[in-house]
Design a protein around this ligand. Structure first.
Ligand code: ADP
Length: 626
């Protein structure tokens, strides 16, 4: 019998697809099941208006039958089937998709059915795992069946065949195993069940398979028997397609735990149906804790993406901005335009649109949580706040306005989390800046001399203890016209005009002494001067430039960044007895003044939580003076 050749472009496309478009061979099963589901949909649709269709909705099914001995895998359905002509037209040319033609024909009527296949390439994925494919099909209304057969490269034949009932059997002759690929896995019932669960769990007709397992014989200890049972592999119930009002919190929680492998219920569920420019269902979850790999490179953000209930990809990263990378969940859309195949989602316009609306939804839901359930929001922020803060700082701050309202900082007022709005609300009369301090921990910050002074003046301080905090704050620069000021910055100044004047005079009077002290310390500091911002402590280090001492620490702990230096000023408490002592030494004994200067500098570093550059010299000086 003479074989018919695939239409010229088909063969080329076929090769291309098999080798490149689909990255995972396993998706052939999803494609064939989707085709079967479409075929069943078509007959079901017909049954609504045509009494000659004897089947009721519950009679429809899809069946998978692996046969290890024959090395075949059969995917059967009792859907609409294909005539000889349809076999030829639908399977002979790649670009022509029967489903699309069917939809267009039905466009006028009230066609409720959703047809998965639109692109006319899915069927060929069968050749990724098969050396030969037979399609035996009997069309609805036809008395006889036909068999389409091909080895994928060398054309195809269509011949009369036997089939008792309406529907289609797609028989795959599974390829021989190679060194790299063990095709045999596609005959394994365990593996097949898993694939159905993964990709086709929400197909709305039962996908059945006979599964054998070994079980102990009842009443006879030590004896086992092989039991074969017919199992339905898919759950068929896409939770997100149900109405919100019909879903209980327990159902959401159970779904989340099962699908996203979490042992704890989510903090928040976002379930939305969107219509308009982009039509999709989204079911999103905000986890209650960070997954174990959240802070590692291995963690991948992303949402599951479905097209009409069929999984396209498990982790679609483009749907989430980095700062919302903690969100889990899925999006199911009917109108994704997929290039050539479901597998290749390129820079899709529709997808971008969906991503944008999803981002807005997540943000408004987080704000709602902050306003109505503060405790939960704080739990959320403890787990994922770093991402938000990182979002403020990344990409040169382009997202900062979006994210400011989501921020929380620990504050010295009641030692609790506060929002920037709450801080601003409480600001003292005449206070023009938002004061913060950064350090490893709240305790360490409380030990800073500057903290003591600021608190003494009654200012609320934000504790920046996360390594990204100060970078985020510097990116924000201000909140509603209130500038962020590090209390360890030189510009942090709690003095009245009068006090400022007095300090300036003091400093001017000791200018020469400070020049001497600065020279003693060399490059370590930019300046030495008196300050009023200390209460009991004699000295502190303040940063003069953009970079604080804490930022210097963080930056230098990162690889390739050694040698970053904050510009520091050594400030001496003008009201401390040491001030007079220094003045006296400058007049009488410059050698000792030099030693004192080094000691005070070391002391300031220690109090500031920094390391001493030369501990040996420091310790020798201490002993000498003792
Ligand atoms: P798509 O599914 O994207 O339309 P395919 O290459 O997978 O493209 O299938 C081509 C066409 O073959 C389908 O549109 C459908 O008309 C027909 N077809 C495939 N599988 C079946 C089946 N099991 N039963 C009936 N028709 C089928």
């Amino acid at each position: 019998m003479k074989k018919k050749q695939f239409k010229a472009e088909s063969k080329k496309l076929l090769d291309m697809m098999i080798n490149s478009i689909y990255t995972h061979k396993e998706i052939f099963l999803r494609e064939l099941i989707s085709n079967a589901s479409d075929a069943v949909d078509k007959l079901y649709f017909r049954s609504l208006t045509d009494d000659t269709v004897a089947l009721k909705k519950e009679d429809f099914y899809i069946r998978i039958t692996p046969d290890k001995e024959a090395r075949t895998l059969t995917i059967s359905d009792n859907g609409i089937g294909m005539t000889a002509e349809e076999l030829e037209n639908n399977l002979g040319v790649i670009a022509k998709s029967g489903s699309k033609a069917f939809r267009e024909e039905n466009e006028a009527g009230d066609s409720n059915i959703e047809i998965i296949g639109q692109f006319g390439v899915g069927f060929y994925s069968a050749f990724m795992v098969s050396k030969k494919v037979k399609v035996i099909s009997r069309a609805f209304g036809a008395e006889s069946a036909n068999c389409w057969e091909s080895d994928g490269s060398d054309g195809y034949t269509v011949t009369p065949a036997e089939k008792d009932s309406v529907g289609t059997d797609v028989i795959l002759y599974i390829s021989d195993d190679t060194e790299e690929v063990k095709y045999e896995e596609f005959l394994d019932t365990y593996r097949l069940s898993a694939l159905v669960k993964k990709y086709s769990n929400y197909i709305r007709y039962p996908i059945k398979m006979e599964v054998s397992s070994t079980k102990p014989v009842e009443g006879k200890e030590g004896e086992y028997e092989t039991v074969t049972e017919d199992r339905t592999l898919n759950s068929m119930l896409p939770l997100w397609k149900k109405n919100k009002s019909e879903i209980s919190q327990e159902e959401y929680d159970a779904f989340y735990k099962e699908v996203y492998y979490d042992y704890e219920a989510p903090l928040r569920v976002i379930h939305s149906k969107t219509e308009g420019q982009a039509t999709y269902n989204a079911l999103l979850f905000i986890p209650s804790h960070a997954p174990f790999d959240y802070y590692t490179k291995e963690y991948e953000k992303g949402l599951q993406l479905y097209s009409k209930g069929v999984l396209i990809t498990d982790k679609c990263a483009d749907l989430l901005p980095d700062y919302f990378n903690f969100v889990r969940g899925l999006v199911d859309s009917e109108d994704l335009s997929l290039n050539i195949s479901r597998e290749v989602l390129q820079h899709d316009h529709q997808l971008k649109l969906i991503a944008r609306t999803i981002e807005k939804k997540i943000k408004s839901e987080l704000l709602k949580m902050r306003n109505t359930d503060r405790e939960k929001y704080e739990q959320f922020f403890t787990a994922f706040g770093t991402s938000i803060k990182f979002g403020v700082y990344s990409d040169y701050g382009v997202h900062k306005d979006e994210l400011t309202d989501l921020l929380l900082f620990k504050s010295s007022y009641e030692n609790k989390y506060v929002t920037l709005a709450e801080y601003k609300e409480r600001m003292k009369e005449g206070q023009t800046s938002i004061y913060y301090a950064s350090g490893e921990s709240q305790e360490k910050i409380d030990m800073l001399p500057q903290t003591e002074a600021a608190k003494d003046k009654g200012y609320e301080i934000l504790y920046l203890t996360d390594y990204v905090d100060e970078f985020a704050v510097k990116t924000l620069m201000q909140y509603e016209e209130k500038k962020f000021v590090n209390i360890c910055d030189a510009e942090a100044d709690f003095d009245t005009e009068e006090e400022k004047e007095e300090l300036k005079n003091d400093n001017d009077a000791s200018e020469e002494m400070f020049a001497f002290m600065k020279e003693t310390l060399g490059d370590a500091v930019e300046k030495v001067r008196f300050t009023h911002k200390l209460k009991t402590h004699p000295v502190c280090l303040s940063s003069e430039g953009m970079l604080s001492a804490e930022m210097e620490k963080v930056l230098n702990s990162m690889p390739g960044n050694n040698g970053v230096k904050a510009e520091l000023a050594l400030e001496i408490n003008a009201n401390h007895p040491i001030a007079e002592k220094l003045k006296a030494l400058y007049a009488e004994d410059k050698d000792t003044l030099a030693k004192y200067t080094k000691l005070l500098y070391g002391e300031a570093r220690l109090i500031g939580g920094m390391q001493i550059e030369n501990p040996v010299e420091f310790s020798t000086l201490v002993c000498e003076l003792m």
